[in-house]
Write a protein of this length. Sequence first.
Length: 332
Amino acid sequence: MQAQPKLIDAFGRTVNYLRLSVTDRCDFRCIYCMSEEMTFMPRAQILTLEEIYQIAKAFSELGVTKLRVTGGEPLIRRNILELMNKLGGLQGVDELLMTTNGSHLDQMAQGLQQAHVKRLNISLDTLNPERFKRLTRTGDLQQVLRGIMAAKEQGFERIKLNAVILKNRNHDEVVDLVRYAVEHGFDISFIEEMPLGQVSEHSRAEAYYPSYQIREDLERHFSLSSVSDKTGGPSNYFKVDGSVSRVGFISPHSENFCSQCNRVRLTAEGRLLLCLGNEHSVDLKKIVRSHPGDRELLKQAIVEAMKIKPEKHEFNLQEKPVIFRHMSVTGG
Ligand code: SAM
Ligand code: SF4
């Protein structure tokens, strides 16, 4: 059998993971992700589902084995389940994952399961309805909890909750969130807020609540043991003793994880973004629109793009943001 080609960057890192943002739109306006008034991209600028599929196929032929579909809110993209089905059938892709805010999961969890989605990440920053409204601006906690339970019933291989922790907003809930995860057999990751896009609602430096502080808070209530298997992701995992749950920490500020980076991102408008914290990118939409069906050209551009993948992100909480795109455009 012919060996699969590999994507290797200038620092010797193999890229085998693609995150696809299928829309920049969302039904929520989380305070760390968006401003209250957002201008979304005109639809014509957004990749069609077929274009997304063609790009994902090219990546799979270049050795990418893991695809995560995200956004914006991926479940509000029309015909998303059709795309998921097609992505699930790509040769070489053995992990198809999604990150969602959970608001549409009560109707769509079954469709995702049938499309061979293995694992789901669901964002949940608080278990308090008023806080949930304040943090998401438009979200309804009960709706999301119903969605999470619908997903649990479908028996996905793994469900992971993602919680962005902000000082004086939800930092006092980390223990309750872990209890909820343990009760349902979910994993949970705590994420330090990243300075992506301008948000006026709060000062990011003042809202910073470091992962090591969360860990200290948790260790007063749980016994956590380090999990050695690093999956190439930015999370540092700990097992909650006496349960099946793991707690992860995504700590872009307190621990730099770039040397392990195995991923690139496709933005909703078709930019191949080589690092979340830098603007180095290649316009793949231009290629798929000017040479439709020419996958060799697309693959060539992807291989070339690896040369400009930066060594590390440049996040700095004290200065004005250097990255003006919001997480919703990038696909978190
Ligand atoms: N809408 C989906 C959701 O919320 O899960 C998927 C897209 S969202 C951009 C993906 C993840 O990014 C979420 O877990 C969210 O909490 C996280 N996120 C958004 N803005 C962030 C920021 N400024 N810093 C850190 N994480 C952020
Ligand atoms: Fe929407 Fe997800 Fe961003 Fe919240 S974090 S505004 S749910 S894209």
